[in-house]
Design a protein around this ligand. Structure first.
Ligand SMILES: [Zn+2]
Length: 285
């Protein structure tokens, strides 16, 4: 494996981190006395490289890890941070427990080793950890007059939360943003209405840089693009429901490119949206 974990400066005191095998972005805010990491990539192996690189480059300890939501590519690496304070939205406790029972039983983890997703010894290191600190709605970390805000919004998943560093106008969106790719919106707990609601609030905030869960750092234009895509997809979904059609009939807006690997995400998204809007038809006219 490539041992070089890539850290890229986003603003004066924020970075985005990624590794070719990490499968999701990580980020960090460098405060005066310590570092707060935002997600850690998918595997204990890549997460450990991320932490070492941060501590080595900035000569400060990583004291907190913010877990944005309970999807595998954001929680399977937590082992590498288990000696420090991890925190997430309160909803994550229930959601992660449910995923452990349904998707990630010891037998299913054993099967994963044959899937080619990652080397078997990487998967052996995975430990599911419920962060010991949980927050409802909102929390802040303050150090030397600099604060970072954390907000639970739901949307992409019911436990989705995001972070904002006002001093440098940087927002860490977790998977509420997939930059330059189709946004996965097919989780059973995905709520497209809550998702669009939080994106609309971001449009009114001073944001210079947005660190997404997947894809490159962008500005507010990525929020506008995502909203536009969702509004069109909602309309197309409701048109199909009105004609008693199925998820296969839903037209995907051509503003987004769909790679071969994301075909399954698109299918799950459309299946979920047709169910969601059929159920919620009266509420969301
Ligand atoms: Zn996700």
């Amino acid at each position: 494996m490539e041992n070089n974990f890539e850290l890229t400066q986003v603003s004066n005191n924020t970075v985005i981190g990624s590794h070719e095998a990490g499968r999701s972005n990580a980020g960090a805010v460098i405060l005066k006395d310590f570092i707060v990491a935002m997600d850690c990539t998918m595997w204990p192996r890549t997460a450990r490289l991320f932490r070492e690189k941060l501590e080595d480059q900035f000569q400060l300890p990583v004291k907190y890890l913010f877990v944005t939501h309970s999807h595998g590519d954001h929680v399977m690496g937590l082992t590498a941070f288990k000696d420090i304070t991890m925190f997430s939205s309160a909803q994550l406790q229930e959601s992660l427990s449910r995923r452990m029972q349904n998707q990630w039983t010891p037998e299913q983890m054993e099967e994963m080793k044959g899937s080619g997703l990652a080397p078997a010894d990487w998967i052996d290191e995975v430990e599911f950890i419920i962060p010991p600190i949980l927050f409802h709605q909102h929390m802040e970390i303050l150090n030397a007059q600099q604060n970072i805000e954390f907000h639970h919004s739901a949307g992409h998943a019911d436990d989705s939360a995001w972070a904002y560093f006002p001093d440098e106008k940087v927002l860490f969106s977790g998977d509420l943003i997939f930059a330059n790719m189709f946004p996965y919106a097919g989780d059973d707990t995905c709520d497209p209405e809550k998702w669009m609601a939080v994106l609309r609030t971001w449009l009114d905030m001073p944001i210079d840089k947005l660190v997404p869960g997947h894809g490159p750092v962008m500005g507010l234009e990525v929020v506008e693009q995502t909203l536009k895509l969702f509004e069109q997809l909602k309309k197309n979904t409701k048109d199909v429901i009105a004609k008693n059609g199925s998820s296969e009939d839903i037209k995907i807006p051509d503003t987004v490119e769909i790679s071969d690997e994301s075909q399954w995400m698109v299918k799950k998204t459309l299946d979920h949206w047709i169910q969601f809007y059929a159920k919620n038809n009266k509420q969301h006219v």
